[in-house]
Design a protein around this ligand. Sequence first.
Ligand code: UDP
Length: 408
Amino acid sequence: MADRQQRFTRPLSSPTCSLVNTIKIIVVFGTRPEAIKMFPVVHALRAMPGIETRVCVTAQHRGLLDQVLALAGIVPDIDLDIMQPDQTLDSLTAGLIVALGAVFDAEKPARILVHGDTLTTMAASLAAYYRKIPVGHVEAGLRSGDIHHPWPEEVNRRVVACIADLNFAPTLAAAEALRQENRAEVSIHVTGNTVIDALFATRVRIRENPALAAGIEPLVTRFRGKRIIAVTSHRRENFGDGMANIASAIRDIAAREDVAVVFPVHPNPNVRKVMDAALAGLANVAMIEPLNYPNFVGLLDACDIVLTDSGGVQEEAPSFGKPVLVMRETTERPEGIAAGTARLVGTDRARIVAELATLLDDRKAYEAMARAHNPFGDGRAAQRIALAVADALPVSAAFAEERPSVYV
Ligand code: UDP
C-alpha cells in the first residue's frame, strides 16, 4: 500500500539554524483550494519564533476564498482583490505578476511561499524570481505528464519547480518526479499533503461544534434511505462537451429511485449554465451553492460515493472511506488509484453511469473501494514545512550581536 511505504524526509524536530532576528515571509494564494491547503501552513509558521508571516491573497476566486479565510481565522495582510468578470488567462496572469511584483518591492520579504498549480502560484513565483526572492513550493512535484490535463495547471506547477529552492513534495511519488527533472536533492522535502492537516483540524472543530456542519443536515434528512452521490465539477478542460456529458450522466443515474445526488455547483458559468439546463427541477438532485468547508466535509462524511473532477476532493475522500470516481482522463494524484480507493472514469456519459451503477449494485465492488485510507498525508505536513522554512532562513551576523538567538 502506498501509505505504508510513505516516508517523510523532514523530521519533526527543531530547526537546526540559529534564528537571530525576525525575518519576513509572505504566503501567497488566491483560490479556495489553496486557502484550505495553506491555512495550516500559515498557523504553523506563525507559531515559529523569529518569523513574521504575512498573508497576501490575490482573491482569484473571491467568494469561495473568503469562506475559508473566515473559518481559519486568517485576515489577509495584503488583499489584491484581483478578480474581474470574464477574466482571461492572459489578463489574469499579467495582472497578477504586476500586482505581486509591487507587493514584493514594498514588503521586501526574505522568502515567499506558494501552493500548488494556480495562476497565482505561477505569477507569484515569477515575480519573486525577477527580484531574486527565494520561493518555497508547497505541494510540489505532482505531474500528470500531459500539459493539457489539468490545463493550464500542469504547466503552472512545472514553472514553479524551475524556480523554487524549497520543494515540499506531499508524497514519495511527487519527490521522485522532481528528481526525474533534476531538481536539487537538498531542495526536496517529503512532507505529506497539508489538505490532510486541514481535514483533521476541521473534523476536530466540527466535533467540538456540530453546528459548523449543520447546513448539510436538511439534505441528509430529505434523502434518508437513498444512496447519496456527492458531485463536484469545475475543471476547465471539461468545459463544453465534457460538462454536458457529466450533466447527462447525472440525469441518467438520478432517475433511479434509490439514488440522490448532492451537487454543490461551482459558480463558473461554464458549469452552472450546463447543470441548470440539464438538472433543474429533478426530484433526486439537489443543486446547491458551494458549501463552506465544514459543510463540505460533512457531505463527504454523509455520502456513499464521490463523483468529482477536483484535485483536492480526490485527496480528501479516501480519508472517509468513500469510493471516488474521477472524471478526468489522467490524474497527477495517482496515489488514490494505486490504493484502489479512486478510479479514473473520464467524461463519457455511458462510462460514468456504468461505473456508478457498479458501485450501487455490486456490494463487493463497493467494499473493495470503500476503505478509509490516507495515502496523501498524516496531518503533520504543515509542521514539517514550517520547520524546513525556518531551517532555510538566512542568519544575519549583524543582528546576532544585537539580539539573542530565538533558538539554536
Ligand atoms: N470544497 C468546499 N466546498 C465545496 C466543494 C469543495 O469547501 O462546495 C473544498 C474541498 O473540500 C477541497 C477543495 O474545496 O478541499 C477543492 O477545491 P476545487 O475542487 O475547487 O479545486 P481543486 O482541488 O481541483 O484545485
